[in-house]
Design a protein around this ligand. Sequence first.
Ligand code: SAM
Length: 262
Amino acid sequence: MAEKRTDTSKKHKARKRFGQNFLTDQKIIDQIVATIAPKREDNLLEIGPGQGAMTLPLLDRVDQLNVIEIDRDLIEILNSYNKPNLVIHQGDALNFDLDLFHPPIRVVGNLPYNISSPILFHLLEHRDKVIDMTFMLQKEVVERMSATHGSKIYGRLSVMMQAFFEVELIFVVPPESFDPAPKVDSAIVYLTPLKTCKVDNIKLFEKVVKAAFAHRRKTLRNCLKSLITQEQTSIDLSQRAEMLDINAFITLTQDYEKQDQN
Ligand code: SAM
């Protein structure tokens, strides 16, 4: 049985359009904070602080915490805590300018599930500024992020994440840990940027990966016919995209880049 934190539902009615499922299970909150293991001087950025379930315990442990929240009503609640080390930014994390924060930053958040993939792709662009990221996401999304080639759930998200990050599922969180309870299980994922990332042109890489997985049942030869032919690459294009590991996608992109320049 989940241990309930304060009943926050009376203060604020959760908005579905903002993917609001508030964490109420104190044990889970403690486990997340222990996973983040913040140090006082860490430059922490929380996406979607909501009513502060994670924010308040984090504020006790760091000198300063930046948060980005889209819902103005929640900003009011966050302001009412009068925490001098809390810096609140009202806005949309999807197009927020991360250059405003001094790198290196540690990003955390119980992300709104309806836009978790676009947020991950947005952060991918800024990975050079990031030390690590600890997120709560739908368990199914974390499984897709960490899937290996050959599996049915291996796809664009798996390749795009694993080409740039080490992806680690830390623990699973049941629906009853939230108010309102989501319909699905959630999971904490820990992401660290790879020290040696072999992708040098992210835009081309994204283009190739997206095209390769556009029709899962078709061969790569079919999916990539407007980009590359078998003569132009050492990767066997009679396979389906799900059979290629990350390095093969990198080789494919390099081969595409070579012939694209000719
Ligand atoms: N961190 C809180 C918790 O654990 O209880 C709230 C988590 S709730 C799943 C997601 C939060 O993200 C909500 O507070 C929601 O208003 C906020 N949010 C939704 N879309 C957002 C966006 N585009 N940019 C910033 N915050 C957003």
